[in-house]
Ligand binder design. Structure first.
Ligand code: FPP
Length: 238
């Protein structure tokens, strides 16, 4: 049987260009990007994917024009608010990773409220990477581990990959087996650098607002055709 990835991570890119192509403001692209998020989440639920992690807002995105940042935050508040009911119906548990304290208070509150309400759900874990920087996540893990060593709670010799993973924001989650990036860019952009060590990478030229569940299925089919060897030979894995 062909294997379904347990964890899919997506870099949603191209909202601005999509809007520009239509002669509209970038904000129009973000509004339509939300429709893609809805459809892709629904697709992941239908397939039975366990974890879906969406790069929603990077630490670098704070440097965008103030108005655009404000609109994205407002859009997030209203989307999360509207979607809670659907999350409950679809057994989706909302989660967030990143420097969440940087979010505007209203946005932070709405997010924590939705995370709390959906915490009883046992289906898809939908993680939003918000104000997220993978390097910062790694630094934060280093500091936390160093703190434990300093306090005498941990020996340096005992630090292994598990120790490290347990100190990342994604602690407790399996690593993504498939990473999708839209909009024809071939970059990782400071996203889940540790976690994607063995992930299959899938790039599509589609802009995010044009990406639908059928495109997710196509990415998964492509993933299923690949041979994952983890450094072994073809003969060893077959
Ligand atoms: C990337 O396109 C998109 C973003 C940085 C924002 C993504 C946010 C949403 C789709 C809203 C999601 C809301 C929820 C609740 C998940 P871009 O602006 O970088 O496009 P460009 O590369 O063409 O400029």
């Amino acid at each position: 049987m062909l294997k379904l990835p347990q964890h899919i991570a997506i870099i949603m890119d191209g909202n601005g260009r999509w809007a520009k192509d239509k002669g509209k403001l970038r904000i129009f692209g973000h509004h339509n990007g939300v429709l893609s998020v809805r459809d892709v989440v629904e697709g992941a639920v239908e397939l039975g994917v366990k974890y879906l992690t969406l790069y929603t807002f990077s630490s670098e995105n704070w440097n965008r024009p103030k108005l655009e940042v404000m609109v994205i935050m407002e859009l997030m508040v209203s989307t999360i608010h509207k979607e809670i009911e659907t999350f409950m119906k679809n057994n989706v548990r909302l989660n967030a990773i990143g420097d969440l304290d940087m979010l505007p208070p209203k946005c932070h509150r709405e997010l924590l409220n939705a995370i709390d309400k959906t915490s009883v759900n046992t289906g898809l874990v939908l993680t939003l990477a918000l104000s997220y920087s993978s390097r910062r996540e790694i630094l934060q893990a280093v500091k936390s581990i160093a703190g434990k060593v300093q306090k005498g709670e941990l020996n340096i010799e005992d630090i292994d990959e598990n120790t490290f993973e347990n100190n990342l924001y994604t602690s407790g989650m399996p690593n993504p087996e498939l990473l999708i990036r839209t909009s024809g860019e071939y970059r990782i952009s400071n996203y889940l650098l540790w976690q994607i060590a063995y992930a299959e990478l899938y790039f599509t030229s589609k802009l995010w607002p044009d990406f639908r569940k059928e495109d997710l299925y196509e990415a998964i089919l492509d993933y299923q055709k690949r041979e994952r060897r983890f450094g072994l030979t073809s003969e060893q894995v077959n």
